[in-house]
Design a protein around this ligand. Sequence first.
Ligand SMILES: Nc1ncnc2c1ncn2[C@@H]1O[C@H](COP(=O)(O)OP(=O)(O)OP(=O)(O)O)[C@@H](O)[C@H]1O
Length: 246
Amino acid sequence: MSATPARQQAEVGAQAEDVIVLDPPVIEMRGVTRTFPGPPSVVALHPTDLLVEPGDYLSIVGPSGSGKSTLLNLLGLLDRPSAGEYFLDGEPSHEVSERRRTALRAGRIGFVFQAFHLLPHRTVLENVMLATMYAGIPRAERAGRAIAALERVHLANRLGFRPTTLSGGERQRVAVARAVATSPALLLADEPTGNLDSTTSGEVLDLFDELHGDGLTLAVITHDPQVAARAQRQVRITDGRLEVLR
Ligand SMILES: Nc1ncnc2c1ncn2[C@@H]1O[C@H](COP(=O)(O)OP(=O)(O)OP(=O)(O)O)[C@@H](O)[C@H]1O
């Protein structure tokens, strides 16, 4: 695979005697723009550059209508940019086929949504195993991967339960297990504490800290400044324009 623009810059900057082998950035957006044609046409995301390195924990904050969902859909390969380049884990997602984008989405991104999106008639273990199936993990490995992920979120004692019998915080932890069971390059969370009270929200955010400590790359979209403050890097989106806060 050819180097992404950020890695080409790193190579140019390195001294001849340096031997530097860097993993590609997890997210590298160059001039990514999203325009809805209308009429009237709306520029939901103005040309945006965003670099997220392996192991980063990034929060994206912004008020209602600022472009958070637009950015989430682009980051999660649920939508295509109107212009610009998006390298996900080194792969030029803006150039590849729809089929490859689907495979990238299932294999490289773990999603966590506000509303959990668990299947109510499947057990906790089955819910997590389904994600491993969509990611193309061999059948013989699926149960082991799912159980390991549920151990990671401290829910190994709930494997046979149905989601409807769990608390909100436990459901979200199942959703986090489902997201990490495929060993994604990126955990992408959309208002992950939006349906939780403050105590349970804290538990989910503690879990994100643990996963970050293990080296996972996280991007969390939220309107809640307290949730955003937990991340080591923060950007704000206002009227479709991204601004780095730290
Ligand atoms: N399909 C679409 N067609 C036209 N305009 C759209 C479309 N989707 C979003 N927009 C516009 O793009 C802008 C950004 O919308 P977006 O949904 O990304 O905001 P948001 O920050 O996620 O808002 P919220 O927090 O309320 O969900 C808004 O002005 C919205 O009206």
